[in-house]
Design a protein around this ligand. Structure first.
Ligand code: SAH
Ligand code: SF4
Ligand code: F3S
Length: 484
């Protein structure tokens, strides 16, 4: 096994502590492949496995475009691939463990073909202990890089192939807002919807969360670059953009403009693209101007994912969430007052260290009060390096699981009631693909982000059509197409 060339190793503390007075580098990156790499890549196959949030999905799309640009061909499974890449997520322990299981499977590929390149990138590789673990237990991995240097992916791959090296290059300190990535979303199954990064990183430091360490401090893209990208996507025929950031409503704070997100959202809506969505807003960064913009433009979808995490003030404080239960509820009321039709979803963590029965009851009562359309629930997972991982925790796993089940049952009950109210109504659906489960059905999303299936053929894909809802399920609706 080759010895790894350690160009740069991660450091979680350094990543979280970027010198904020240092200017951001907005350079257009050079993504030109060497002629050696282009001739090596021609006709070879690759497989990328992506875990985690939309930030990773977007990063994988960029990497896929780069691989396609050197003539490589994508395949869904590892088997026989010349390049296998894992784009990892560190947000909970099970996501990390899953990676180690998959690496075992990738090794079978490597054992059959020692020319197969196995690489890992993404948030797990920003953790020093994880890189050490991989080097020790999976030495056949020949390419490790992080979230801050996908810009150097092609040159790293070149060195791995041309000089037969194994390389670790994970940068912790990012001052970079890269521009110039390929605009086509070739990697996605459809050319209908596209993710658009508006900012990178997170400054919130919720005590349980690893993201500010794996993605660095907040930095916003320049408005003109975002708008140019949306216009270009629209010209290519895309119907929907989703603006991405860990706290989209903090967009522009690093330029010193607290209201920039409302302005950006309005300009994106004014491009005339058919649908605009955004994810994820942080409750206390919301300015009511954003609600006004949402209400003013019909092409901004009436859907908001607004993570609450807990309904207990004591837990919110320990989590370093910067709002109280009352403040959160007043944001929800204000939003519903201005946009009565809005759909709301959230994220909730169960079993934060020493969460009491009363704290948990407060979460249940908040869920009842808001009556969410959907909620993603997670059992707290200690992340080494975060403050919460050092907190004492007397709550047993059994109690956490019981609470999780009770919360899930309540959420499902609320969501099912809200879904039932759809029956008989007409919704507008942007169709994206043939249904995974039933090939005679076409699936898409309504304005509220509800998954809708209808009987139909693939000519529907990419169109927005009216549908009458006939059946409601927890996670989807079934309907009939109406004539235009
Ligand atoms: N920036 C977004 C989401 C980040 S991660 C936000 O602040 O809302 C997505 C979700 O994962 C979080 O909302 C949280 O509910 C969950 N999560 C993050 N860290 C976690 C941990 N250590 N254990 C369990 N769930 C966690
Ligand atoms: Fe994590 Fe909190 Fe930042 Fe979201 S806001 S990414 S939960 S630190
Ligand atoms: Fe996971 Fe990294 Fe996203 S930890 S949730 S992939 S920012």
């Amino acid at each position: 096994m080759k010895k790894h060339r350690l160009v740069s190793l991660p450091n979680l503390k350094e990543a979280a502590g970027r010198n904020l007075s240092k200017p951001i580098d907005y350079t257009k990156v050079n993504l030109q492949a060497s002629s050696f790499l282009s001739s090596w890549g021609a006709g070879k196959t690759f497989c990328i496995k992506t875990y985690g949030c939309q930030a990773n999905v977007r990063d994988s799309e960029i990497i896929k475009s780069l691989l396609l640009s050197i003539g490589m061909v994508e395949q869904d499974d590892f088997l026989g691939a010349s390049l296998i890449l894992f784009n990892t997520c560190a947000v909970r322990e099970n996501a990390e463990n899953h990676l180690y299981g998959e690496l075992g499977r990738a090794k079978e590929n490597y054992d059959k073909n020692h020319d197969c390149i196995i690489g890992i990138c993404g948030c797990v590789m920003q953790e020093e202990f994880a890189v050490k673990h991989v080097l020790k237990h999976f030495p056949f991995v020949s390419m490790i890089f992080g979230t801050n240097n996908i810009t150097s992916f092609l040159s790293l791959l070149n060195d791995v192939v041309q000089y037969n090296q194994s390389i670790v290059d994970v940068r912790s300190n990012s001052d970079l807002v890269p521009e110039g990535f390929p605009e086509d979303r070739t990697g996605r199954s459809s050319s209908i919807t596209a993710f658009v990064n508006i900012m990178y990183g997170c400054n919130k430091f919720c005590t349980y969360c690893i993201v500010p360490y794996t993605r660095g401090r907040e930095r916003s893209r320049k408005e003109e670059n975002i708008i140019a990208e949306v216009k270009c996507l629209k010209e290519q025929g895309y119907k929907q953009v989703t603006l991405l950031g860990q706290n989209v409503d903090a967009y522009g704070k690093d330029f010193g403009d607290e209201y920039a997100f409302a302005g950006l959202l309005e300009k994106v809506a004014q491009t005339g693209i058919e649908r605009v969505r955004f994810v994820t807003p942080y409750p206390s960064d919301f300015k009511t101007e954003v609600f006004d913009v949402m209400a003013k433009y019909d092409n901004i979808m009436p859907y908001l994912h607004l993570p609450v995490q807990s309904g207990s003030d004591a837990i919110l404080k320990k989590m370093n969430r910067r709002y109280t239960r009352e403040q959160y509820l007043s944001i929800v009321h204000e939003l519903r007052r201005r946009l009565p039709d809005v759909f709301l979803s959230t994220d909730i963590i169960v079993g934060f260290p020493n969460e009491s029965d009363q704290d948990f009851e407060d979460t249940l009562s908040l869920v009842k009060e808001v009556s969410y359309d959907a909620a993603f629930t997670f059992i707290y997972s200690p992340r080494p390096g975060t403050p919460a991982a050092r907190m004492e925790d007397k709550v047993s796993m059994e109690t956490k699981h019981e609470r999780f089940d009770r919360l899930k049952a309540l959420i499902d009950e609320c969501a099912q009631k809200r879904a039932d109210a759809y029956i008989g109504k007409t919704v507008e659906v942007l169709f994206e693909k043939v249904s995974d489960k039933d090939k005679t059905r076409i699936s898409g999303y309504d304005r509220h982000n509800k998954l809708v299936h209808v009987k139909g053929d693939s000519s529907l894909i990419g169109t927005i059509r009216k549908v009458k809802v006939t059946e409601s399920h927890l996670y989807s609706l079934i309907g009939e197409l109406l004539d235009d």
